[in-house]
Design a protein around this ligand. Structure first.
Ligand SMILES: [Fe+2]
Length: 128
């Protein structure tokens, strides 16, 4: 389970990805050429935005706790490093590294802004 929620990472990732794609769809219909969204980058970035959580947490005695790596690097950083190691495009790496608070003031693509908001609206709504 993700901290303080009853949603697991698969449900969260699927919901964030679907929200991001819906936002892009609305933008395409409402703004046409005024906002260009690369759906390939958006889809890959949304699906992988939390991949670093696989390194940030580990299972100890049946419970998920912060790993030693996770105590030093939060998931946006470890996820971006993982994506870079596997040759993903810089645009996708940018989405991963900037999707959370580490990216405040540093989101430089529309795709990164969309994934950031899709992520936050999901976990903030679940905290209420
Ligand atoms: Fe997320």
């Amino acid at each position: 389970m993700i901290e303080r929620t009853s949603v697991n990472i698969i449900e969260h990732t699927r919901a964030v990805t679907r929200c991001a794609l819906e936002i892009a769809e609305v933008f395409a219909k409402e703004y046409d050429e005024k906002i260009r969204v690369n759906r390939d980058y958006l889809l890959a970035g949304a699906l992988l935005h939390d991949v670093g959580k696989l390194f940030e947490y580990e299972k100890v005695k049946g419970k998920f706790v912060k790993s030693e790596e996770g105590k030093l690097q939060r998931h946006p950083i470890s996820g971006a490093a993982f994506a870079s190691q596997h040759g993903l495009p810089q645009e996708v790496i940018h989405i991963i590294v900037s999707h959370s608070k580490e990216g405040d003031g540093a989101r430089n693509t529309g795709e990164a802004v969309i994934v950031n908001h899709a992520d936050f609206v999901n976990f903030e709504a679940l905290e209420i």
